[in-house]
Design a protein around this ligand. Structure first.
Ligand code: BDR
Ligand code: CA
Length: 309
């Protein structure tokens, strides 16, 4: 059965892969809406990137709603040092011919989820979780309509990518992450522990490029731009495609090994700001956490889906 999903995102190179993968996977998921949030870059650039990606594949029937320009409490931290000045440097993407919806993303989330049946809509959170956190603060009752949150965020054994302890999405808005984690909604998390196993090695980049126009060349140019950061920092073989693991989980959950735990986030400022911890033994679980994946199956699925364009 096709799952209705909302994707909350800050594109972002790996967000772009997630959006393109989801929009191509029409037998498995129906993208009913996309909401944008400040994260990898300032909000205006992020929303423009989402519009350019939709233009690339001509899916104008999928509405895009612009969301929060900054986190709930802290100042915004962006990641142009990874994703470039535009937030999505590298490819030459088409100018949008269609704009954003007039409704704010937080209101869209509240209105859509309020009108939905119990546990009917899956929400994919692949940027800082500000929009969803704000929606849950405004309307806690909407939690009942959410089938599952599938989140890219956090790190349990892999260390951080923005500080030694924190992963970027959680670091930017730990307060919103706290609201989401305490919502009572079923949660699956793709942390750095698993996404660092999903590196776009040179042969995988070649497989994307071989898909040609329009999408293969664009995603090839994205990877050419973005890989330098993780190769320099970690000695990786290529950029880890964090965010599309969320979409892959919805299509083929068997790719991942999961463990249930009680996940919490450090909201204080200081050295551990944005750190996630999981108690695997003592507390009742609030999430299942992916700790490993079959990276060949993941890339086979991703290339297959992008070949549909
Ligand atoms: C996450 O941070 C962003 O830079 C990526 O898009 C991904 O969502 C990885 O830590
Ligand atoms: Ca992201």
């Amino acid at each position: 059965m096709t799952k209705p999903i909302i994707i909350d995102t800050d594109p972002g190179h790996d967000d772009a892969f997630a959006l393109l993968m989801a929009m191509a996977s029409t037998d498995d998921v129906e993208v009913i809406g996309v909401t944008t949030v400040a994260g990898n870059a300032q909000l205006d650039k992020i929303t423009y990137n989402a519009l350019r990606l939709r233009e690339l594949v001509g899916r104008h029937e999928i509405p895009i709603y612009e969301g929060c320009a900054r986190p709930m409490v802290n100042d915004l931290v962006t990641a142009e040092y990874v994703h470039g000045e535009s937030g999505l440097d590298g490819p030459d993407l088409p100018e949008p011919t269609h704009g954003v919806e007039s409704e704010h993303a937080v209101d869209y989330l509240v209105d859509t989820l309020r009108a939905a049946s119990p546990r009917s809509i899956t929400v994919c959170l692949i940027g800082p979780m500000t929009n969803m956190g704000m929606a849950l603060v405004k309307a806690p009752d909407i939690a009942a309509s959410i089938a599952e949150f599938v989140i890219m965020g956090g790190s349990f054994h892999a260390g951080g990518n923005i500080t030694t302890t924190a992963e970027f999405n959680i670091y930017v808005d730990p307060h919103a992450a706290h609201v989401v984690l305490e919502s009572g909604v079923p949660i699956t998390i793709m942390p750095l522990d698993v996404t660092h196993q999903a590196q776009a090695t040179p042969d995988r980049v070649a497989a994307f490029r071989a898909l040609g126009e329009p999408v293969g060349n664009a995603v090839g140019a994205m990877l050419d731009f973005v890989e330098r950061f993780d190769i320099a920092l970690y000695g990786f073989e290529g950029f880890p495609l964090h965010d599309p693991t969320v979409i892959a989980y919805l299509i083929e959950p068997g790719i991942f090994t999961l463990r249930s735990g009680r996940v919490t986030v450090v909201t204080d400022s200081g050295a551990t700001h944005g750190q996630t911890t999981a108690d695997w033994h003592r507390e009742p679980p609030n999430a299942q956490v992916a700790l490993s994946l079959d990276s060949d199956r993941f890339y086979t699925l991703l290339v297959d889906r992008l070949s549909r364009y």
